[in-house]
Design a protein around this ligand. Structure first.
Ligand code: FCB
Length: 516
């Protein structure tokens, strides 16, 4: 990687300390790979004494429409790009579809009851745009809207704050055929849809997310083409789609604010993969911070698509694209019309971050940064994703430092190979350990002054994991897909007691020899 300047350039002592983790927190405590036996950090004796999170911290779970709802062709719902994509041979593992998924549309009352038993105080769901507007624009499908209204009522009756996402990847097929995210009509269509939703639900919904993971969405839809609508576009086109997605976000924020029946709390759910210092040294921390927001040229190719962060956050929170990114893109940079950046940069109430993990980085000999490969045998989830709890410390810390926004963890979780045991229960110790480690890291960010709104675990239910079909179980509640029967896993019970203590039941960090 080449970068224009040294990472220590202009580093003040305060900045240096802020990235060096100059606190009692030692990242080594959270790393499975560094030899701390897992039993030391599993939720066991020696819990913290004071809750590490604020009193109004929201504890919840996250889901999305296509992944759980089912009822794909019921009650007047229109089709989305996913309804079509899943029917293309070879696109989804085992040829599965989300036609029925968790059958949430019919079983939401049972699921809300489970949420109540878990003590959740927030539930993130997304609204299926074509369920409400079958053609994407125009006539409203009242039955579709009524479903969300009933869901919101049920949540509120259970004392659970609804967190509604307007778009979690299920683009109305009709709009896709009219140009979709590649046309500048899309932001207007999206704003019209946001008006319908805000008018119908904002008397009861206060938390809103506009768009889920624009980076993953554009990446899957138009760069690698492994997700609906499954297109591999030229770079200039997919970067234009990204710009149009930002415009749609901005227009939706305006629409919600203008039509909400009460003050709205609006954010945007961005997937963030921070670079993580490979060691506890301050120079590596500085290198990782620099790398987290850097935009080298290769970040805009399919191979490194998942490393770029600043492109997806700077326009929304700072009103500009990173200069290095525009330079790297050259003629492939999107056309920016007068007023675009003002539309994109709407005042928001929090920064929603979906954080699953990060990459290891260290300072290189020439004062820049370089990636460090994960050591052999590094811990992985069932999906093969590295388990890097530090991401939940450095991510929120650096996001807050750069954007000065309260942070809401809108997704975090892991898939594991869960099954029903002979005792009829579902034991998922990996998920408990994973979640405890990430929450400890989040607690440390909180202790160091990062304002946090809440934590939403992905996911409530095992569900349709996009191109992986039903093979990746992310839920705290097991779903037996042939029958759709639910069984709360051990993690659901663990999460319930952790929520009750507002995090105080999390284990203390173990002491690691040689560290403060
Ligand atoms: C996120 C998506 C979510 C789910 C999880 C595992 O990137 O937002 O829909 O697929 O990953």
């Amino acid at each position: 990687m080449t970068r224009p300047r040294s990472i220590l350039h202009n580093f003040t002592r305060r900045e240096f300390l802020s990235v060096s983790g100059a606190s009692a927190f030692s990242l080594a405590n959270l790393r499975l790979a560094q030899g701390a036996p897992t039993s030391q950090t599993s939720p066991a004796p020696g819990a913290q004494t004071t809750p590490p999170f604020s009193k109004d911290f929201l504890w919840g779970a996250a889901t999305s429409a296509y992944q759980i709802e089912g009822a794909a062709r019921e009650d007047g719902k229109g089709l989305s790009v996913w309804d079509e994509f899943v029917r293309k041979p070879g696109k989804i593992r085992d040829g599965q579809t989300g036609d029925v998924a968790c059958d949430f549309c019919h079983r939401y009352a049972e699921d809300v009851a489970h949420m109540g038993e878990m003590g959740l105080t927030a539930f993130r769901f997304s609204i299926s745009w074509p369920r409400v507007l079958p053609g994407g624009t125009g006539a409203v499908n009242q039955k579709g809207l009524d479903f969300y209204s009933r869901l919101v009522d049920a949540l509120l009756a259970a004392g659970i704050a609804p967190v509604a996402t307007l778009f979690h990847w299920d683009t109305p097929l009709a709009l896709h055929h009219r140009g979709g995210w590649l046309t500048r009509d899309m932001p207007r269509w999206f704003a019209d849809y946001a008006v319908v939703i805000a008018r119908a639900l904002s008397d009861r919904v206060t938390y809103w997310l506009t768009i889920n993971e624009p980076r993953s969405f554009i990446g899957g839809a138009y760069v690698t083409g492994v997700q609906a609508p499954g297109e591999k576009r030229a770079r200039a086109e997919y970067m234009r789609a990204a710009h149009i997605t930002f415009l749609a976000h901005g227009r939706a924020v305006q629409a919600i604010r203008a039509n909400a029946h009460q003050p709205a709390q609006i954010g945007y759910a961005c997937d963030v993969s921070p670079s993580l210092p490979a060691t506890d040294s301050a120079v590596d921390a500085a290198a990782a911070r620099e790398s987290t927001f850097a935009s080298p040229l290769d970040h805009f190719s399919g191979a490194h698509w998942w490393r770029e962060n600043a492109w997806w956050l700077d326009p929304v929170f700072l009103g500009r694209y990173p200069d290095a990114a525009l330079t790297a893109l050259g003629k492939d940079a999107p056309e920016i019309l007068p007023g675009d950046m003002e539309t994109i940069r709407q005042p928001l109430d929090f920064l929603g971050a979906n954080i699953y993990g990060g990459w290891l980085v260290r300072a290189s000999a020439n004062g820049e940064f370089e990636e460090v490969h994960f050591p052999a045998g590094f811990p992985l989830t069932a999906f093969g994703w590295q388990i890097t709890p530090d991401a939940m410390y450095w991510g929120p810390k650096w996001l807050h430092e750069r954007y000065k926004m309260p942070i809401f963890i809108t997704e975090n979780g892991c898939s594991s190979r869960d099954s029903v045991s002979l005792d009829g229960k579902v034991h998922d110790p990996q998920r408990i350990d994973f979640t405890a480690r990430y929450l400890l890291a989040l607690a440390q960010a909180s202790a160091e002054g990062v304002p946090l709104r809440g934590y939403l675990h992905w996911s409530l239910l095992d569900n349709f994991e996009w191109q992986e079909g039903y093979t990746q179980r992310f839920g705290m509640i097991f779903v037996d897909f042939p029958t759709r029967r639910r069984i709360p896993k051990d993690s659901a019970h663990w999460y319930a007691s952790m929520i009750k203590s507002n995090g105080a039941s999390l284990p203390r960090l173990p002491a690691v020899a040689g560290l403060p």
